[in-house]
Write a protein that binds this ligand. Structure first.
Ligand code: DAT
Ligand code: MG
Length: 188
């Protein structure tokens, strides 16, 4: 059943590392039976950050900011594009402000399972039991308003295609390992 096995990229962002949440976060993934096949600590610069988060993300950030602004009753005079560009610059500064832990997890439906455990982008909407819901509480609107970056602890690939691209950006083939885990006996 090897054709159903997926790999996905997870990054514990600088706030997760600084808050000593790395072990807790990794253990949530391990407990589901997903297998760690690559893991390292790395301090990325802004150029690398822009490869991971390309400028094409700006319209998404703009959308998410204004959805939160509506619910927060925040009215801004700046043009939408300027707000979105600002949120993007904050994000690049935030993801490169300290070391991160990058890992590749493998398993059946790995991409979807990891996203389920991570929760929604804006932690204030992320359900209890999710990593973002349990360990932080800000909103993307608040983050953009305060210009601090969307500190939501963790990154996880959104789709299988995104996972493929992101894994090849962050990991060399030689840094990824294939081995038999105990869960394989029950699942494969
Ligand atoms: P996700 O990380 O849930 O896949 P995304 O890909 O839409 O979300 O955005 C990438 C990151 O950008 C997200 O983890 C945090 C940040 N971000 C998203 N929307 C934002 C916003 N409106 N203001 C500030 N940061 C934002
Ligand atoms: Mg994303």
């Amino acid at each position: 059943m090897k054709e159903f096995i997926e790999r996905t990229l997870v990054i514990i962002k600088p706030d997760g590392v600084k808050r000593n949440l790395s072990g807790e976060i990794i253990s949530r993934f391990e407990k589901t039976g997903l297998k760690i096949v690559g893991l390292k600590m790395i301090w990325i610069d802004k150029d690398f950050a822009k490869k991971h988060y390309p400028e094409s993300l700006i319209p998404v950030l703009t959308e998410k900011t204004f959805l939160d602004y509506d619910s927060m009753n925040v009215k801004v005079n700046e043009p939408r594009e300027k707000v979105g560009k600002g949120a993007y610059e904050d994000l690049i500064r935030y993801i490169s402000e300290g070391p991160v832990i990058a890992m590749v997890l493998e398993g059946v439906h790995a991409v979807e399972i990891v996203r389920k455990l991570v929760g929604t982008t804006s932690p204030h909407k992320s359900p209890p039991g999710t990593i973002r819901g349990d360990f932080t509480h800000l909103s993307m609107g608040y983050a953009t308003y305060r210009k601090i970056g969307g500190r939501n602890l963790i990154h996880a690939s959104g789709t299988k295609e995104e996972a493929k691209k992101e894994i090849s950006l962050w990991f060399k083939e030689s840094e990824l390992h294939s081995y038999k885990g105990v869960h394989d006996e029950h699942i494969l």
